[in-house]
Design a protein around this ligand. Structure first.
Ligand SMILES: [Zn+2]
Ligand SMILES: [Zn+2]
Length: 333
């Protein structure tokens, strides 16, 4: 089978993903084999490809937003399923016992600790497969599996209540789905992003305001109106002090990023007033189930840019340079 793998990290402009021809994998206990149909391209894949986060071994096949069909006899045979980022958790540590398997110290992740979906076939743990609601195409479903699920967890961690005024900083795959959820909750959404293309996309999806961070300097403070909550999607540390300055006392900033540049020093006054800053790490199986049913109920629509599997390098390069709206999805079969 064909698999597109990273052998050693390098800038994406140098095309570090190479095709390998591998045997079709055989599932072990508790696993199923998935015939991949589509795989979403996540910013995390770019961080791995460029060496900003480090998988335990190379080479590795990227891809953790996988829509495919269970190809083996046994549980779920023939079913269309989604494979998310969380591949496996131990089930017995203090985190797993609290239902926080996203924080399990021994957790394994799809397309990072184990091979993922930039391939014709892959293995998955049967416990973490997600059912894809009917009526959603493979391509439409792929972005829901990380951009959607982890974005939804970031909204929950920001404790957003209906009708609140929410800032989204960065506007790619995850934020464009979060904006639709927030609109469904009757929230007023402001989007901060450098990309004009992404600003237009945010306005089309119902943001009341979209502009760059410098355009947004006037929001908050004595002159302007504060945000209640903010969610940061872009991996830029300087957005943290900015977001804290824009939220009201008691507000929350949640950070949906697996990697971020250093946070510049900022005055304690920006955090004072019981403001909260928190990161969001991975997602639980319950988040996945809850989000997919919400996505079907709200009719969330993924804006998708399609690429053939063989063009994974180009998809990641276009992601890095904000050349499309929404999410890139690789068509596999
Ligand atoms: Zn992801
Ligand atoms: Zn555990």
């Amino acid at each position: 089978m064909k698999a597109y793998r990273i052998f050693s990290p390098a800038p994406i402009e140098t095309n570090p993903i190479f095709r390998a021809d591998l045997p079709i994998p055989e599932p072990g206990p508790g696993q199923v084999r998935i015939r991949v149909r589509a795989c979403g391209v996540c910013h995390t894949d770019l961080h791995i490809a460029e060496g900003e986060i480090h998988p335990p071994v190379f080479p590795v096949t990227l891809g953790h937003q996988v829509v495919g069909v269970v190809d083996t006899i046994g549980p779920g045979s023939g079913a269309r399923v989604g494979v998310p980022w969380l591949h496996w958790a131990c089930g017995i540590c203090e985190f797993c016992r609290r239902g926080e398997e996203n924080l399990c110290p021994d957790a394994r992740f799809t397309g990072f600790s184990v091979d993922g979906g930039y391939a014709e076939y892959m293995l998955a743990d049967v416990r973490y497969l997600l059912p894809i609601p009917g009526g959603i195409s493979d391509e439409q479903a792929a972005p829901l599996l990380c951009a959607g699920i982890v974005g939804y967890r970031a909204l929950k961690k920001a404790e957003i209540r209906p009708g609140e005024r929410v800032g989204l900083l960065g506007f790619g795959a995850s934020a464009h789905l979060c904006l639709q959820i927030l609109r469904g909750w009757g929230c007023e959404v402001l989007v901060f992003t450098r990309s004009k293309l992404h600003q237009d996309h945010a306005r089309e999806l119902g943001a009341v305001w979209a502009g760059s961070v410098s355009d947004g300097q006037g929001i908050g403070g004595r002159a302007g109106k504060f945000l209640d909550k903010a969610v940061i999607f872009a991996p830029a540390g300087e957005l943290i002090p900015f977001a804290l300055e824009k939220i009201r006392p008691g507000g929350i900033v949640s950070v949906n990023a697996i990697h971020m540049s250093n946070i510049p020093a900022f005055p304690y006054a920006s955090l004072w007033g019981e403001r909260t800053l928190r990161s969001v790490a991975n997602a639980t199986n319950a988040d996945g189930l809850e989000f997919l049913s919400l996505a079907a109920q709200m009719g969330l629509y993924s804006t998708v840019q399609s690429y053939p599997l063989a063009e994974a390098n180009r998809a990641l390069d276009d992601l890095k340079h904000s050349r499309f709206n929404g999410e890139a999805v690789l068509s596999v079969s």
